[in-house]
Write a protein that binds this ligand. Sequence first.
Ligand code: SAH
Ligand code: SF4
Ligand code: F3S
Length: 470
Amino acid sequence: MNSKTSIISKEATERQLSFCDKINAFWVGQCITPKAYVETYGCQQNEADSERIRGMLAQCGYAMTDNAEGADVVVMNTCAIREHAEQRVFGNLGALTHVKRRHPRQKIFLCGCMAGQEHVVERIKKSYPHVDGVFSTHHLWQFPELLDRVLSVGKRTYFVEDEAGSIVEGLPQLRDNTLKAWVSIMYGCNNFCTYCIVPYVRGRERSRKSADILEECRKLIENGTKEITLLGQNVNSYGKDLEEGIDFSDLLRMIAEIPGDFLIRFMTSHPRDAGKKLFDTMAASDKIAKQLHLPFQSGSSRVLKAMNRHYDREKYLELVDYAKSVMPGLVLTSDVIVGFPGETEEEFEETISLIEKVRYDALFTFIFSPRAGTPAAKMEDPTPKEEKNRRFDRLCAVQNAISEQIHEDYIGKTMRCLIDGTDKELLTARTEGGRLVRLAGNPNLVGNFADITITGSTTWSLTGELAIKE
Ligand code: SAH
Ligand code: SF4
Ligand code: F3S
């Protein structure tokens, strides 16, 4: 275990649960069932954190609602990855002034990655007086205590001190979806890519003990979960801070050995730490989805160096070649940044050529957004905004054409998919590689794996029909 990681004791967690009991008693005493609304921005890690926040609120007696209007507690779980994400939060937070005026006992909290930045906390203190409490990701587990203080003392409260990071087990959790579940296997990041704010707001890498992860997975599967997505900013460095002597591939294999019919996915893999052992482990198990999200960020080795990514174009392409050779049907997705400071036209063209070479099923494309406190924010950036937009549009056009062609090739194939929901009159399902399929069928099929024949495609999704009619 990383020497700076603190393990939150059982007693400390139980103390938080006693605040839940106290808050619950407060509402019961008033014969009120209070309502809570949790709004989530950002990545799956935040989605998973919101499930904990809802779990704690439920333990305090709150019923969840899907609207801030009339809610007794509003929690904004925020993302700081790009400026646009932050602007959305500030806009929506501003709008809550009116909502709170109509329901004066409403308490408003801001948490998540934005709450880990000093300048954001200062701005909230100064310009958003209707916010009652702020807590950073390090203090998420202390939310019951913060809520109790706000309710009983009535003063604005901040739990935002920076910390190396902790591991907390045993917090209540209210999952959005039990058919498909998120399981965090580690927290934080040590990579310090020069553009990225995450290591500053989520602290250093720390892994949960494998026994705790396995126990959580086992319970989920026993209760009917069919798809588990393992979460971490860089799952490939799982276990490096533990003394268990196991790595991410070992963990995957151990989860796959749990009896039951289910599929394991994971994200995100950093190309620096992904390798043959991981791909061989994936190839060897039917329970591990043949899907890989392997962000490359740029096709230029010079830019990758400036990003502090610790791999170059050649190493990345070698990895992909190996992964495809052992998993022929592999669905590959990635993240890419356009307009990193100093990126030249030629370097951008290297990104385009990498995409054309790899042929991703889908790409998440971003324009570089300077983040205060990161090295890249101070780098010279002579490329005008219009030029970055042009590169971005070209990148999207190239990728969309590839996605469309790849999807067309699905037509006529029959594949085992998990039917996971409904969309208007249709059922939705996911292929093993995670591609969305829409099909007609009885809603009582939701929750089952079924063979689906693909009959049509667009850039972003597929249509199909049940191979064996109901
Ligand atoms: N841990 C993951 C990524 C988490 S952030 C990984 O390393 O792959 C998700 C994506 O946001 C990143 O992969 C990157 O493409 C993008 N991103 C991060 N910081 C950004 C910034 N400052 N500007 C634009 N895009 C950024
Ligand atoms: Fe950010 Fe890099 Fe860590 Fe991913 S690996 S979270 S991009 S610093
Ligand atoms: Fe955003 Fe934090 Fe995730 S910055 S992308 S919510 S780790």
